[in-house]
Ligand binder design. Structure first.
Ligand code: ADP
Ligand code: MG
Length: 249
């Protein structure tokens, strides 16, 4: 197989005496969909925080495309194509979503200071923003603020903002969290339509979604990798069923 795009080697994190992440190693290849599951408090979000540089690991390193990015700040990692979304919505509630995506593109291009000019002065940025929204089924809502949208659509706007940063690796922290049943299908279709070549790590509690989405799964329990493998293998894995799916055979 090709060299991994994202290569996480022996990441550990302690808060005081609490070992939240224990020697986690995993790889993500271009075009791969990796599902990360585990009980509440297993350390999934913390792992994303370590990968993105929001938290500094106690031990271990993160490599992207053969480069050790461990010393880099969050924004530098974003510029290299390592982009996340959040478990809890981070949108500006009253700003039209097309404008928010355009702002994210300007941020990527380092042209935010020019933003006092009307957005229409940047047709390329506007076109790119519309293209990103269109791919997620949101283009007709471009003039609407998040407050006017259904919650599932708001979650997709967060993915649109991430896409505006031109990711090569996308880290999704529970994209389905809080989405009502009636909207799940729309979110699922949008996730399925993300560019093939993108590498995606998805944390998700919705087992139907993550088993449908992932090519490969990693199970975290008490901060450590309990198991990894194909969705079929994980579904049958005895320790996973006991520790996580809560079943006793
Ligand atoms: N900044 C922090 N300080 C202390 N403990 C933390 C901090 N962040 C997370 N934790 C603890 O780490 C554990 C894992 O949390 P988290 O990564 O959010 O789990 P998950 O996303 O799998 O539900 C939890 O016990 C949580 O309380
Ligand atoms: Mg979490």
């Amino acid at each position: 197989m090709d060299a991994p795009l994202l290569d996480i080697r022996g990441l550990s994190k302690s808060f005081g005496g609490l070992h939240v992440t224990r020697q986690v190693s995993l790889q993500l290849h271009a075009g791969e969909r990796l599902g990360l599951i585990g009980p509440n408090g297993a350390g999934k979000t913390t792992l994303i925080n370590l990968i993105t540089g929001f938290l500094e690991p106690s031990e271990g390193r993160v490599w992207l495309s053969g480069q050790d990015i461990s010393p880099l700040a969050q924004d530098q990692r974003v510029r290299l194509g390592l982009v996340r979304t959040f478990q809890i919505t981070q949108l500006a509630p009253r700003l039209p979503i097309g404008l928010q995506v355009a702002l994210a593109i300007h941020q990527r291009q380092g042209s935010v200071r020019k933003m006092w000019l009307p957005i229409g002065r940047y047709p390329q940025v506007r076109d790119e923003a519309m293209h990103i929204l269109d791919a997620l089924g949101l283009s007709r809502l471009a003039e609407q603020p998040p407050l006017a949208l259904a919650y599932g659509q708001q979650r997709l706007v967060e993915i649109a903002l991430a896409m505006a940063l031109n990711p090569r690796v996308l880290l999704l922290d529970e994209p389905m969290a809080g989405v009502p049943t009636a909207e799940r299908q729309t979110v699922l279709q949008a996730l399925d339509s993300l560019p093939r070549e993108l590498a995606i790590l998805m944390i998700e509690h919705d087992m139907d979604l993550v088993f449908h989405f992932a090519h490969r799964m990693v199970v975290l329990a008490e901060g450590a990798v309990l198991a990894q493998g194909s969705p079929e293998i994980i579904r049958q894995h005895a320790a996973v069923r006991t520790a996580y799916l809560g079943e006793v055979d």
